[in-house]
Design a protein around this ligand. Structure first.
Ligand SMILES: O=C[C@H](O)COP(=O)(O)O
Length: 256
């Protein structure tokens, strides 16, 4: 049985006060909620504070990050290494988000390199994949997702997906309020799982596939009712403790 994972990607939002408030609210809202892993990825600047606050509260909330770079140390100005993330207690690291692919020209190969680097350092890659609106309209959704996945599978073997997380995020649904229907998302998740199953049924059966793109408390239950949707990667709604907790609770109930 796959354990659901609901992860909040705070993107470029936050301040010390906001981090403290949000973590306090999340801890209160999520206390006693079983059957789901909840993770947060604040801006890297606030990992230290988040780690301290979670530690003080003896929180069950997992800590993550929104990115990693591909060098361990040395003359790489501005880069962040896996060991630095580990040093602050981050375990779940988002890579390949469409905002990184688009605004920072990150290729499938570069994202795959990050994937391998995280695995090498014992961290959990949360690999984002998904199609643009134009690709969706052209009927290329499954091919795009397969290509993005194959960048990892063909270089590292399908077993590299063991213990990793895949986040299917149709780009046109991110931050737009125009979420994919639960049925459409399920169809793509099933295709993604089938693509992996063609290489290994065991890996496909166990890999957690999250949906991301305008997930809100109002639509969360419908996603989690689908057999191949194992959680969510949440942007906007993760900036409010009550909304994020409601989504996490919906996953716990649906997957119990
Ligand atoms: O990483 C999260 C996604 O990009 C979804 O963002 P959103 O929930 O604001 O649409």
């Amino acid at each position: 049985m796959r354990r659901p994972l609901v992860m909040g990607n705070w993107k470029l939002n936050g301040s010390k006060a906001m981090v403290a408030d949000l973590i306090k609210g999340l801890d209160a809202q999520l206390a006693g909620v079983e059957g789901v892993d909840a993770a947060i990825a604040p801006p890297v600047m606030y990992l230290d504070l988040a780690e301290q606050l979670l530690g003080k509260a003896e929180s069950k909330i997992l800590l993550g990050s929104q990115n990693v770079d591909v060098n361990a140390s040395g003359a790489f100005t501005g880069d962040i290494s896996p060991e630095m993330l580990k040093d602050f207690g981050a375990t779940h690291i988002i890579i390949g988000h469409s905002e990184r692919r688009d605004y920072h020209a990150e290729s499938d190969e570069y994202v795959a390199k990050k994937f391998a680097f995280l695995k090498e350092h014992g961290l959990v890659p949360v690999l984002c994949i998904g199609e643009s609106e134009a690709q969706n309209e052209a009927g290329e959704t499954v091919a795009v997702c397969a290509r993005q996945l194959d960048a990892v599978i063909n270089t590292q073997g399908v077993e590299a997906l063991n213990g990793a997380v895949i986040a299917y995020e149709p780009i046109w649904a991110i931050g737009t309020g125009k979420a994919a229907t639960a049925e459409d998302a399920q169809r793509i998740h099933a295709e993604i799982r089938a693509h992996i199953a063609a290489k290994s049924e065991e890996v496909a059966k166990n890999v957690v596939i999250q949906y991301g793109g305008s997930v809100k408390p109002e639509n969360a239950e419908a996603y989690f009712a689908q057999p191949d949707i194992d959680g969510a990667l949440v942007g906007g709604a993760a900036l409010n403790a009550e909304s994020f907790a409601a989504i996490a609770k919906a996953a716990a109930v649906a997957k119990a």
